[in-house]
Ligand binder design. Sequence first.
Ligand SMILES: [Zn+2]
Ligand SMILES: [Zn+2]
Length: 241
Amino acid sequence: MKAWATAALDLLYPALCPVCSATLGSGRRDPLCAACWLAIPRIDPPYCAVCGVPFATLEPRALGSAGLCGPCRIEPPIWDYARAAARYEGPLRDALHAFKFDARRALARPLADLVVEQCGASLTADVEALVPVPLGRARERERGFNQARLIADRLAASLGCCVKPGWLTRVRPTASQSDLGAEERRANVRDAFVAAASVAGRHVVVVDDVLTTGATAAECCRALRAAGARAVGVLSVARVV
Ligand SMILES: [Zn+2]
Ligand SMILES: [Zn+2]
């Protein structure tokens, strides 16, 4: 479309923020308005070196000298490290809902930007591939896309690494995790994923939109380790704190 036609359309139908419906002005991070973008509750250091939980939320005595939280010192997770850009609260929660359930795919851009800004520097240069958490076939057909894949694609473009969706396959359908408790979530996703032989000896990073209890990400990491991955990380846009 010609530039003048685009400008005329913008005047007639101004672009609105998918979270608060404000008209997009300056300082925005398309398609989020500046106010929503700035109000995202980002996770900054210090956080646990393994699970990424921000330390401000923990009792001071739970902090270990190795920079690990209490739970990680007692029972280390299956991943080498997990990082999330922000807390699953406020405008970020609304943005992720709009992204997933209202199919506002353009939100993949600011959501991935957020991950790059908050977590990009903590990734080592030897990451060989990003692997989005696969959706069940039926769920992906219903939604029309895999939100983790869209984010992984944009992350890869910014970070200069590749996306290997085929390296992780969901081998059985699972119930929605949203109504389940922590123990039920683990049981629900147990053995739900299988990794490709290509992961052997590689450093791969599992990408998801939200880390809740971490059950799904942990099961993905278990499959990657079983297939011989050398190092396994987890990157998510948001985490429940
Ligand atoms: Zn907004
Ligand atoms: Zn931890």
